[in-house]
Design a protein around this ligand. Structure first.
Ligand code: ADP
Ligand code: MG
Length: 329
């Protein structure tokens, strides 16, 4: 449905995207994930037609859209800042694109009413000034304004990052349901790995203008393709040489382990000291010192929740679940 073919973007000599190759399937919820400055917004804006690539091509439905004006690409975009018109009502904001397209008043009304209901805006809110709404409600308006044009592709650039944590989780659930319901192919940008794992069918992890890995949330987490991905997604410990020796782990290169694969046996394993623990309800995240360096362990046991800082414990790791990376060639 969407294809980035060696898309390279340079800003005055600075390379923001290094030749991006990416395919996004019809109906997919696809996320570009990476730290600030890695090129996520650049990729999105290039697809939307706001930035012309230095080289490479973009395809939508097998059609080369690289030189096509933005408004003819069938793309709806939602910005982090919402970019609403503050002096207009909610209805006027949502209807804006329809008015530009000279849609008749009656149909305009009908389409705004329908899309407002889809995104969870109450009819009474439509006639209010958009500036009177809360951040969460403004976000719904921004999404409605994009959807009302019935785009075949929806682009969302960090749409939830200005909201508080609880609202963010609520809205992401709503967004996921809405996307499934409409079946609109969605390209989502975030630096929040938890959000990406929760929302996406597939994720591309970006670092410094390059793709580190493309995969399902489970693949990205459980089979992280590089130390960068391993470190960026969730929690993980890179084991030091002394730790590997104490834990009886052989091999060369980097060895990483996720906290849920670090266990606290009654005997055996390596000696550890509890340095920190964070009770999280369903589990406890422990920072343990083993052979002079930290290891993170997640445990659902009551015994783990009861461990005290400074106390002794034993640590063993699931050798089958280690993430290993060969020495650089
Ligand atoms: P992200 O959205 O992942 O935070 P961006 O795509 O915004 O990253 O930016 C990628 C890189 O390009 C960054 O180093 C950023 O500073 C740079 N950049 C972005 N926009 C411009 C611009 N208009 N002019 C020059 N450099 C830019
Ligand atoms: Mg950005």
């Amino acid at each position: 449905m969407i294809r980035f073919d060696s898309v390279r973007v340079e800003y005055e000599g600075h390379v923001a995207l290094e030749g991006l190759d990416l395919e996004i399937r019809e109906g997919e919820f696809f996320t570009l994930l990476g730290p600030s400055g890695c090129g996520k917004s650049t990729a999105l804006r290039t697809l939307a037609g706001f930035i012309e690539p230095t080289s490479g091509s973009l395809f939508v439905d097998e059609r080369d859209v690289t030189r096509l004006p933005s408004e003819r690409r069938g793309i709806g975009m939602v910005f982090q800042s919402y970019a609403l018109f503050p002096s207009m009502s909610v209805r006027e904001n949502i209807a804006f694109g329809l008015r530009v397209r000279r849609l008749a008043g009656g149909e305009r009304r009908e389409r705004v009413d329908r899309v407002a209901a889809q995104v969870g805006l109450a009819p009474a809110q439509l006639e209010r000034g958009v500036a009177e709404l809360s951040g969460g409600q403004q976000q719904r308006v921004a999404i409605a304004r994009a959807l009302v044009l019935e785009p075949s592709i929806l682009l969302l650039d960090e749409p939830l990052s200005n909201l508080d944590a609880k609202l963010r989780v609520q809205l992401r659930g709503e967004l996921q349901r809405l996307q499934r319901e409409l079946g609109v192919t969605t390209l989502y940008v975030t630096h929040d790995q938890e959000e990406a794992l929760a929302l996406s069918d597939r994720i591309a992890v970006l670092s410094e203008g390059r793709i580190e890995q493309v995969g399902t949330p489970q693949e990205i987490y459980e089979e992280s393709a590089s130390p960068f991905v391993c470190d960026f997604i969730g929690e993980a410990t890179k084991l030091t040489e002394p730790q590997l020796r104490e834990l009886g782990i052989g091999g060369s290169g980097e060895t990483w382990v996720r906290p849920e694969h670090v266990h606290l046996p009654d005997d055996g394993g390596a000696a550890a000291v509890v340095r920190a623990h964070a009770y999280r309800g369903a589990s406890t995240l422990l920072e343990l010192e083993v052979a002079g360096a930290p290891i993170f362990a997640a445990s659902a046991s009551r015994a783990a929740a009861a461990l005290e800082i400074g106390g002794a414990a034993r640590v063993a790791v699931d050798q089958g679940a280690l993430l290993r990376y060969g020495p650089p060639a």
